[in-house]
Design a protein around this ligand. Structure first.
Ligand SMILES: Cc1ncc(C[n+]2csc(CCOP(=O)(O)OP(=O)(O)O)c2C)c(N)n1
Length: 281
């Protein structure tokens, strides 16, 4: 399903993308079961978006990860790495059996991103820096007359950081229509619910000069449609506000109040895997 760079995205097979997301969720649970812990809640929540990007929207090739003409996906929240590893393994950038090394000392697949891992565009461990880097890359691509685009994930927690808003101002000021911000509003941060009020998120981005859509970030048809209409934005950057569910697909994790970092016993991981297998795509 991945395409070589420079080919326009084909029409989406929604069921196929949902199946991808489901497999990615399964990979994530297996990854976290290894060390017994991981950033699984947000990973499960963002799986649909990453499936739509990597297996439909992005112009990239897993065989040429440094192609200068590639679209780039920037994961600003490095601790969401578990979702990126699942997507890249699905695309055969690395073997599925490497996923079991998640978080181990000598693994390429750390709990927060390293830019030495194939397919990683930026280090995202220190929050609040992804969008600034995305603005710089989008400017650079424009200076080189490239048609490549930048897709930058960021979290609702990062909307509490001034650097994000400086980048938002810059992106609009430079008229970067090759930039799409994917804002994961999952309603949680480290200790539970969002601490500093950030709503109304969509209105804030509009006020900063961005074209904005707000969708259910676990509705594959809505995600594909939003990405499609973002392609038509001219003269300004585009933000998609994604309302996602932490723990999506695993009812016990969906109900869990503290889903930011999950540590449970080995037999509980097995039970969570069974729950996912029983949940609808
Ligand atoms: C600049 C910075 N401050 C604090 C942290 C510690 N930290 C790691 S994850 C996290 C929670 C942030 O919430 P959000 O980005 O919304 O992520 P989610 O809870 O959805 O995983 C924090 C505070 C960090 N990584 N970087």
């Amino acid at each position: 399903m991945t395409r070589s760079a420079n080919h326009p995205p084909a029409s989406a097979d929604i069921a196929e993308l949902q199946a991808r997301a489901h497999r990615m969720r399964s990979h994530m649970l297996v990854m976290a079961r290894g060390p017994g812990q991981g950033y699984i809640g947000q990973g499960l929540g963002i799986a649909d978006v990453l499936a739509a990007l990597y297996f439909h929207e992005l112009r990239w090739s897993p065989d040429d990860l440094k192609d200068p003409g590639r679209d780039r996906f920037l994961l600003s929240t490095g601790h969401y790495s578990i979702a990126l590893w699942a997507a890249l393994a699905e695309a055969a950038v690395f073997p599925l059996d490497e996923l079991s090394t998640y978080g181990a000392d000598d693994s390429r697949l750390q709990m927060s991103t390293l830019d030495t891992t194939p397919g990683v565009e930026i280090i995202g461990g220190s929050l609040g820096h992804g969008l600034g880097q995305a603005v710089g890359m989008a400017l650079g691509l424009r200076l080189h007359n490239s048609s490549a685009r930048i897709f930058c994930e960021l979290s609702d927690g990062e909307l509490q950081e001034g650097s994000t808003w400086e980048a938002a101002l810059s992106g609009a000021s430079f008229g970067l229509d090759n930039l799409v911000a994917l804002i994961d509003c999952n309603g949680i941060q480290a200790d539970g619910a969002i601490v500093i009020e950030i709503e109304p998120v969509a209105d804030k981005w509009r006020a900063f000069g961005w074209q904005v859509q707000e969708i259910d970030g676990n509705d594959m048809s809505a995600i594909v449609a939003a990405l499609h209409s973002a392609r038509a934005t001219a003269g300004r950057p585009h933000a998609i506000v994604l309302r996602t569910k932490p723990g999506k697909g695993v009812p016990t994790l969906e109900r869990r109040e503290k889903a930011h970092f999950v540590r449970v016993e080995p037999n509980e991981w097995d039970a969570l895997i069974l729950e996912l297998e029983g949940s609808p795509l």
